[in-house]
Write a protein that binds this ligand. Sequence first.
Ligand SMILES: Cc1cc2nc3c(=O)[nH]c(=O)nc-3n(C[C@H](O)[C@H](O)[C@H](O)COP(=O)(O)OP(=O)(O)OC[C@H]3O[C@@H](n4cnc5c(N)ncnc54)[C@H](O)[C@@H]3O)c2cc1C
Length: 413
Amino acid sequence: MNDTKPLDVIVAVIGGGAAGYFAAIHASGPGIEVLLFEKSPKVLSKVKISGGGRCNVTHRPMEITKLIKNYPRGEKFLKKGFAHFSIEDTFTWFESRGVPLKIEEDGRVFPKSNTSQSIVDVLQEEAARLGVQLRISTGIKIIRPSETGFLLQTDQGEMVVSKVIVASGGHPNLSSYEFLKLLNHNIIKPIPSLFTFNTPQEPIRELMGIAMGDALVKLEGTKLSYRGPILITHWGISGPAVLKLSAFGADWLHEKQYTARAIIHWNADLGEQDYVEQLNGYAQIHPNRKVGSHPLFGVPTRLWEHFCSKAAILEPQLYGQLPKKLINKLVQCLFCYSVGIQGKTTFKEEFVTAGGLVLDEINPETLESRFHPGLYFAGEVLNLDGITGGFNFQAAWTTGYLAGSSAKESLKM
Ligand SMILES: Cc1cc2nc3c(=O)[nH]c(=O)nc-3n(C[C@H](O)[C@H](O)[C@H](O)COP(=O)(O)OP(=O)(O)OC[C@H]3O[C@@H](n4cnc5c(N)ncnc54)[C@H](O)[C@@H]3O)c2cc1C
């Protein structure tokens, strides 16, 4: 590879994903040559498959103080970045380029077209319009700081560039970060985040398909508990409450080798005493109704029957004659249902890597390395990740924007 351009105008972006594209687009400008390296033959592969093929681009606009709470890792770091490029900016960026977005009831934001291809297309069109040069099937083997910038060793040969933006994504293996080793940045061991819990020993699995709209799920032995919809699957438990718990409990669960206990409170609005009072109240009004066939608290019939069987409430049991002991047992099922977790399952709609580049070694305003001026990082390669709902792409847009525009700005000096 023989590039004859003056060295001080070449910006190399490593990784053709969401963060890499956004960085490349924002690094572009008159007299700046931006080279985008992607090791695989395809760019934007994750964007394409994301959100079940619809791409959950971001989340409903919210204040930064609230937004950062959706990042188990990187909360403080991203606070600075969001002050420069936040959810509203994501809306403006895509919509002003002909990709209208829509907010769904749960706050997730998708392109109105309902296909991720709209996002892939606009990123590719914008990069092409700005003259970003794509080098696909070109993996970076090593980055070596040099006096004039950085020497990049690729599959195809070597070249020197003055600025480098690393946007190589998250990877489950530490070996994927090997190409960064000469930069002396520290890397936190990558582990998975956003997964569902397997409960192979629990009879509850037989109730697959049942959902409760507002549960509270806790991890026994921690202070972690999250609220939201819960879904029983063939393998165990899933849904937003479980995914949130998997993200905030990623380190702890990894340490425990994904063997733990979850406590489910099926109706987060109700306290233990509320259940008792409402059951007693119902028994007074309908003493001759059978408990097993008259579910309360919005619990689906099959789940209610399961609770009754667990509480040893027999089929003919009437509400009016329900002993206190059995009421208490039923309330235990409703208020603190304990399930054994043994293993995890990747959540196909969205999964991410916790771990990556240590954030303290990077300037959160510019995404520049504190060790090597002219070196920037963006996206999931950093030790930051969000819960499901569009927060991971928002972090990619924000850090990509900052890394790209900071690299560009530094070339003006
Ligand atoms: C199935 C799935 C669905 C998802 N859905 C959503 C969603 O709807 N909403 C959301 O917010 N998040 C979603 N996510 C998470 C989101 O996709 C990621 O957080 C985001 O793609 C990270 O972007 P990135 O650019 O940092 O990394 P990536 O998208 O992983 O891109 C990094 C790129 O760098 C390349 N690369 C790596 N090393 C090198 C090298 N040495 N040389 C050259 N190239 C290299 C890789 O091949 C890759 O193309 C989903 C994730 C998955 C797996």
